[in-house]
Structure formats: C-alpha cells, structure tokens
Design a protein around this ligand. Structure first.
Ligand code: SF4
Ligand code: SF4
Length: 380
C-alpha cells in the first residue's frame, strides 16, 4: 500500500516544523524506520538559487533543520547538498555563497550537520534508463547510505510542478543541467530523463516544505502562497500526485507522474494512494494558479502542426530592460546559447529558444517576463 501523509504546520517558528514532520512520519514508522545509527544521510533540499527564505524560492532552513535534528537523534550523520544551475558552476566558492544566502550555514552551526562542498562528480550507469543510460551525479550522493528528498511545493513553467521527482535533478552538477534541457527540449523527453534519474537515486523518503509554496510563474518568479502543510511519503512519484491534488491540478497533467504509472513505479489507480493525517479534501486549493503548460497542455488538434504550434502557443521569455542589470547569469545558463549581452542588457534570440525557462528560473532581478501569446490565451 502506498501511503502519503499530509500534516498541518502553521509556520516555520520554533518546534512547529519538527513536530509536524514527526507526526507525518508516524504512519511510516518514524525516522528510525529510515535511518540507522552511523549511516551517512544526504538531505537534498531545493536550493534553486541564492535566495533568502522569505523569498519562498528554496526549501526553508527551518524544515531542513528539523529533518537534520531528527536524523541526528536517530544516530545518522547529516550532509546537506544541492547543486543548482542558477548558482553557476559547481565550485566550492559558489556553494559556500549559496548555503549562506539560503540560511543553511546557520542550520549547520546549530545542528552539527555538514554542508556539501565536495565538487567531485561521477558518470553513473542507469541500467533501467529509458532515455538516459549514463548521467553525471555529484559524488557525495553516491556515497550516501540514505537520501532524504526535501522539495519545496512550487509550480514550474516548464514541467508544471517543481515536485519530488524534479527536485532530484539538483544532483546533476550545476551547469551540466542546462545541457539536458538542450538535449531534451520536449517536456515529455525531459520528464523521461527525470524518471530515469529518480529510479536510480531512489530516495528513501520525501518530505515536502509546503508551509509556504509558490503559485503562478514558478519556480522563481511566481507568487508566494501560504498552505501550512508538510507532505511526506516513501514513493517519490506518489508524493507528486498528492502535491498536484493539493494544488488543484490533475496529477496526470504532470509528465513524470504519467510515465511513473506507465513504468510501474506508481499504481495506475491514483485513488489507491492512501492519504493519512489531514483530510485531503480540506486542504485542496482550488484557486491555486498553475502556469499554462507547454506541449502537454496543447489541444489535440495542434499536435500535428508542431513546431508551428509550439511557436504560436508556447509561453516565451522576454527581457524587461528596465529591470535587467546585465549580470549575464541568464546568458551563462541558457542551454542553446540564444541569449547575448548588448549595451549591458540581455537579449533573447527567440528563433533558437527551446522554451526551457532556465533563464527565468535564474534571474534574481525578476527581469525576465513570461509572455503568453494571444493564440495560447484563446486556444489553450
Ligand atoms: S535578464 Fe536577469 S539574469 Fe539576465 S542579464 Fe539581466 S538581470 Fe542578469
Ligand atoms: S532563452 Fe531562456 S527559455 Fe529560451 S532556451 Fe534560453 S534559457 Fe531557455
């Protein structure tokens, strides 16, 4: 039986996150069911970019701290690590700045957890990979005895959901990630790669920071939304199903969820996923703002007319020249090198743009708008 627990957590203060996580873990056997004394436990938060906790872009340090305390109390050794593309190249200095900016240096000081600064990576084989047979992964993830996935509940302009499955993409080092966007510009192919990766990484547990989430143009430029929830499960894809439902979204709109069902990694009867804790119907946000999707949200009649339909119907990035400070971060992260700098401002050459929105995800100045074409507004 697949169980996902949902517990209320009013805020990030004091003992509230830890108590909510402990309650959510109870039906799964508590933290000791996952962590044995002496084990190396990697906590994998979503550290999309250097962002203060109140920006609601990253997994809140109070949630990371609560999980670290529980793991340490169970006798585990905690390592906290992520390698976002928006932090630039996967270097020790960039990681130090990232951890400090996201408030994780204090978590390490207060709990004794270690922050992952090892930049070594390995190419691993994915024996069950459908699309990807080999992939680069940070070495510390391979050395961990247990991986606990700590995503943030957010929308995503490309995949619709920044959920449990997608959070694992952060184990692919820094600027290697955009190369996968270039290889797999179609959201379904990209999602196949994510499911290949999920099968390999196979986290023991996922604990979602849904106390404050993000709606609209997530994962970086959306609007903060208070939900007051912690969501916990052992089946990574099942956690995404429940997260989608809470966001008022059909779970099968998410390509990784559809593919997890097709590959037998998740029950095809999504109603058979047992939700413990609060009643799901009480926490569904029917007015949650979901970004209009890409190919997976196109009407059926448009499919034979790809790529023209993509051009006419897909959301496109546009630089807001007043806000752009010319930092060049978007240029560095663009997987197809279609952003250049001119007179100290970024310029997007749309003819080559694959609509991955990595630039939008990266820009700390919110200088990249996402424009919905008229055809999309009418037909999608
Ligand atoms: S659009 Fe944003 S990321 Fe790109 S150069 Fe301007 S400020 Fe930097
Ligand atoms: S311009 Fe932005 S959306 Fe287009 S390919 Fe580059 S990073 Fe992706």
């Amino acid at each position: 039986m697949t169980i996902v627990t949902v517990e209320r957590c009013p805020n990030y203060h004091g003992e509230a996150p830890r108590q909510a996580i402990e309650r959510a873990l109870e039906p799964l056997g508590g933290i000791k069911a996952f962590v044995k004394p002496g084990q190396k436990v990697l906590l994998k938060p979503n550290l999309l970019r250097k962002a203060a906790p109140e920006e609601v872009v990253t997994t809140h340090p109070a949630v990371v701290k609560a999980v670290a305390e529980l793991v340490i109390a169970a006798g585990g050794k905690v390592l906290i690590g992520d390698s976002p593309g928006a932090a630039g190249p996967h270097t020790r200095n960039n990681l130090i700045k990232l951890h400090r900016g996201c408030g994780l240096d204090r978590v390490a000081e207060e709990t004794g957890a270690e922050l992952a600064l090892d930049t070594a990576q390995e190419i691993v084989s994915l024996p069950n990979g459908k699309l990807v047979k080999r992939i680069e992964i940070v070495r510390y993830a391979l050395e961990a005895d247990v991986i606990i996935n700590l995503p943030k509940l957010k929308t995503h302009c490309f995949t619709l959901l920044t959920g449990a499955v997608k959070n694992l993409f952060g184990l692919v080092p820094g600027l290697i990630k955009p190369t996968y966007h270039a290889k797999f510009p179609d959201v379904n192919d990209f999602s196949t790669m994510l499911v290949d990766l999920m099968e390999f990484v196979s986290p023991a547990l996922t604990i979602v920071d849904g106390i404050w989430g993000m709606e609209g143009d997530g994962p970086n430029g959306g609007t903060a939304r208070e939900l007051g929830l912690i969501i916990v499960g052992t089946n990574t894809a099942a956690v995404d199903v429940i997260m989608s439902r809470i966001m008022g979204m059909d779970p099968l709109l998410i390509s990784t969820t559809r593919q997890s069902v097709e590959r037998g990694l998740l029950t095809g009867d999504l109603d058979a996923i047992e939700v413990r804790g609060v009643k799901l119907s009480e926490v569904i946000q029917s007015d949650f703002v979901i970004p209009p999707g890409r190919t997976n949200a196109f009407p059926g009649w448009a499919v034979p007319f790809m790529p023209i339909a993509k051009y006419l119907l897909s959301t496109r990035p546009r630089i807001d020249r007043k806000k752009c400070v010319g930092c060049g971060d978007c240029e560095r992260v663009c997987p197809v090198d279609t952003i250049t700098m001119k007179n100290g401002k970024a310029q997007i050459h749309l003819s080559n743009c694959i609509r991955c929105y990595c630039c939008h995800e990266t820009c700390t100045h919110h200088a990249i708008d996402l424009i919905r074409p008229l055809f999309q507004k009418i037909f999608v």
